[in-house]
Design a protein around this ligand. Structure first.
Ligand SMILES: Cc1cc2nc3c(=O)[nH]c(=O)nc-3n(C[C@H](O)[C@H](O)[C@H](O)COP(=O)(O)OP(=O)(O)OC[C@H]3O[C@@H](n4cnc5c(N)ncnc54)[C@H](O)[C@@H]3O)c2cc1C
Length: 740
């Protein structure tokens, strides 16, 4: 990642910024002001642009979201077909050898050897194919098998479909849900023999082979459709004309997606496939591929798409189009900042996203890292990866220390980054309500480092308890106090109790982890005050069932390194964790504007900062009025929606359109999990608890993770924990600094 303090800007966009900045400082140099008043190019304002962009977004979503799922299903389907054949052949070996002797001998190879090789491929390759590991090597033998059967044994439509689908997998790769996808970027530049040659060959094959194969598939499907209509002897001339049009559309690649969708639907009514075989399913896969990915470059659609890109440069991603565009600087790549940056992807704007770290963090799952369920990488995604495909955006790593509102500069480490529009999305930090000395004894959860340190603290407490010399000390060591009964406190308490009760069974000799005492202290009269009272009560009961002591209406008076004082009661505890309060980041101080008592910038209804033209504040660092009175809560969903709103508002201003008006938060509800099959959820007024809420919580959190890799990693870790209760990430790190 580029570190501001150590590198000069060299990318053209960055250089343009610097040039404009230098120019501005010259006597008479007004480049910055000119840029601000510059109108967006006509293409950006075209009334067809929103339509073209929506279409592009939709097609991209189909390809990137549903495409990988289709790839996975196709891989599994083909794998099970070949594996079943391999298993049957293994179990009936004499017949298999006979097959290779008389039915389809392989020229020049002895039947028993051909049987071993052929069956071996059918057993091994499907496993690799399912995992998406070494996919081209796994696909090739199966492709050759299908071709061999088709051309030397039985000519069947099924074999053709196998070949087409395997050919696509060979050229295109296994898709995003695969091991190859995870390791490919690292293999390309690796020192492995032939790695670089193979990846170059792969790219060349893909560039040339895929368009040709997709065009062939279209022609083939057109032929299948037309033949089916002929075979059905369509009486109606209208039906024949319709089928002819559909076949023509597919053949030419004109309106390929809708044509393929209709083609897929017609499998149900037309005799397109032999009903007793897998043909219909294979055919559906081919149609689905065209629906999701289109007709390819060798089609009329491809031709139109290229024309569209020349008309709407925002879609083409041509950096030249951005020459002189206004500079939007976004500080903070949390939920709000990332949503704002992504929301500007089609805007005529040069977007700079600055963060002090190089990753976006999914804070709602931090407590799972702290309790050894997930690894840090599962919930952190490099910011660069998120903006990889967005040419109008760049990412800078650096700590913002001030804003010069007069010169419209953001001060990052020792540099100045000029802005025309500024979005502050720097989040919040812990607040100890004036007792800052407690932080050393009761750390909170906000960063990855907090989570790994908390994990180390919890696990080390059990390790030390194992060697404790007195029962009293052992008791103190396995006593955990969590201060704060909001979602984070509830989730943390539940996860620690579950770890202690189930996650370390039979692993210790002197201490019984399940005897650990977990105490949740809440100053309010109920847990989860933002939720309905019924759900608060359910959460309390679930926690107590897990063995958590819930202290309601209890106020922590003091915290030190030996424990806490609640009212007059002293509790000896080696681990005290803070989940009680947050205060906004320093952004309000940078601007010198009005803040509320939690330090948040008081923003107007449209999220702009009063008195500062083109400056917005969003997320946890902004105090935005809620429609029902009060201030909107510090939630990921609020930050995200605000980021999207601000992106639209800035774009409207750049394009000279009317303002977007006030921000309206769409509240879909909230949820908190307590432990296995125990959660509470209040979604769109529907109140759920127990297992249904738990499943819903899991689905929503996986869906909200920002990248496919994280989703897969989290699902695998959760699935494993669910089956075994095991916590795979039980590492105590950061304690090895002392010399050996
Ligand atoms: C443990 C925990 C659990 C939570 N659980 C939930 C939940 O279940 N549901 C829910 O809706 N919300 C939850 N939240 C709240 C939610 O995560 C926040 O509301 C949300 O992250 C706010 O988004 P944001 O964009 O305002 O700030 P953040 O996501 O906090 O992002 C701020 C970004 O600004 C960067 N930054 C800060 N200062 C600087 C600087 N000086 N220079 C450069 N960069 C800077 C930070 O590195 C960070 O990347 C939870 C929060 C925590 C801590």
């Amino acid at each position: 990642m580029e570190t501001l303090s150590s590198r000069h800007f060299c990318e053209c966009q960055a250089c343009a910024i610097l040039m404009a900045h230098k120019d501005r400082n010259k006597p008479g140099g007004r480049a910055m002001q000119q840029v601000m008043s510059m109108a967006a190019p006509a293409a950006a304002r075209s009334r067809f642009a929103p339509l073209a962009e929506t279409l592009e977004d939709l097609l991209r979503t189909l390809d990137t979201r549903l495409g990988p799922i289709l790839d996975l299903i196709v891989r599994i389907w083909l794998a099970q077909t070949f594996l079943a054949s391999g298993l049957v052949k293994t179990l009936n070996w004499d017949s298999t050898v006979e097959l290779y002797t008389s039915e389809h001998p392989v020229p020049g190879v002895a039947p028993d050897i051909a049987a071993v090789i052929g069956t071996g491929f059918e057993l091994v390759c499907p496993l690799l194919l399912t995992l998406g590991l070494l996919t081209p090597l796994a696909v090739l033998p199966l492709l050759l098998t299908a071709a061999f059967l088709q051309f030397t044994y039985l000519a069947l439509a099924t074999h053709v479909y196998w070949m087409l689908l395997l050919g696509l997998l060979f050229l295109r790769g296994p898709g995003a849900i695969s091991i190859d996808h995870l390791i490919a970027p690292h293999l390309t530049g690796s020192a492995l023999p032939l790695a670089s040659l193979m990846s170059r060959l792969g790219r060349a094959f893909r560039a040339w082979g895929e368009p040709v194969l997709v065009a062939f598939i279209r022609l083939w499907l057109a032929f299948v459709l037309w033949s089916a209509v002929q075979a059905a002897g369509a009486q109606s001339p209208v039906a024949t004309a319709f089928a002819a049009l559909l076949a023509l559309a597919l053949a030419l690649g004109l309106g390929t997606r809708p044509a393929a969708l209709i083609g897929a639907a017609s499998i149900l009514v037309l005799p397109l496939a032999q009903p007793e075989t897998d043909e219909a399913i294979l055919l559906a896969f081919l149609f689905a591929g065209l629906v999701l990915r289109g007709g390819g470059p060798l089609s009329l659609d491809g031709l139109f798409a290229r024309r569209l890109l020349s008309l709407f440069p925002s879609l083409a991603g041509d950096p030249a189009w951005l020459q002189g565009a206004p500079r939007v600087v976004i500080v903070g790549a949390g939920f709000g900042g990332v949503a704002a940056a992504l929301g500007l992807r089609h805007a005529w704007a040069r977007v700079t996203l600055i963060d002090r770290r190089n990753y976006h963090l999914f804070q709602p799952l931090l407590y799972q890292v702290a309790t050894a369920s997930l690894s840090p990488a599962d919930i952190a995604t490099p910011i660069r990866t998120l903006l990889r495909g967005q040419v109008n955006a760049r990412t800078l790593m650096g700590r913002v220390t001030a804003i010069d509102v007069d010169r419209r500069d953001v001060l990052v480490d020792d540099r100045r980054i000029p802005y025309d529009y500024l979005v502050l999305a720097t989040g919040a930090k812990h607040s100890y309500f004036g007792k800052d000395g407690w932080e050393a004894f009761a750390p909170g959860l906000k960063k990855i480092d907090d989570a790994t340190a908390t994990r180390g603290r919890i696990l080390a407490a059990f390790e030390r308890a194992e060697t404790a010399e007195s029962e009293q000390e052992r008791r103190r060591l396995v006593t955990f106090v969590i201060v704060g009964g909001g979602p984070t406190g509830v989730e943390l308490a539940g996860a620690i109790a579950e770890l202690a009760r189930h996650g370390m069974r039979d692993e210790f000799r002197a201490v019984d982890p399940s005897s650990a005492r977990v105490i949740l202290v809440q100053s309010a009269p109920r847990l989860l005050p933002a939720m309905a009272e019924k759900l608060s009560e359910r959460a309390r009961v679930s926690l107590e069932t897990l063995g958590v002591e819930v202290r309601l209406g209890a106020k922590v008076e003091d915290i030190d390194d030996g424990g806490v004082r609640i009212g007059n009661e002293r509790i000896e505890a080696s681990t005290v964790l803070w989940a009680a309060g947050v205060t906004a980041s320093a952004a309000g101080r940078w601007l010198g504007v009005k803040r509320d008592n939690a330090g948040r910038i008081v923003v107007d209804e449209d999220l702009s900062v009063p008195g500062l033209e083109g400056v917005f504040a969003i997320g946890d660092t902004a105090a935005c009025p809620a429609p029902a009175g009060g201030i909107l809560p510090g939630l990921a969903a609020v930050a995200k929606q605000q980021g999207q709103h601000v992106a639209k508002a800035i774009r409207a201003r750049i394009e000279g359109r009317p303002d977007r008006g006030p921000f309206r938060y769409r509240d879909y509800g909230s949820m908190a999990t307590i432990g296995r099959k125990a959660a509470v959820a209040d979604l769109l007024g529907v109140k759920l608890s127990g297992a249904p809420a738990w499943w819903l919580w899991g689905v929503v959190h996986v869906a909200f993770l920002v990248d496919v890799r994280s989703r897969i990693a989290v699902l695998v870790d959760w699935f494993w924990s669910y089956l075994t209760y095991a916590r795979g990430m039980r590492l105590i790190t950061g304690n090895e600094t002392a010399p050996d």
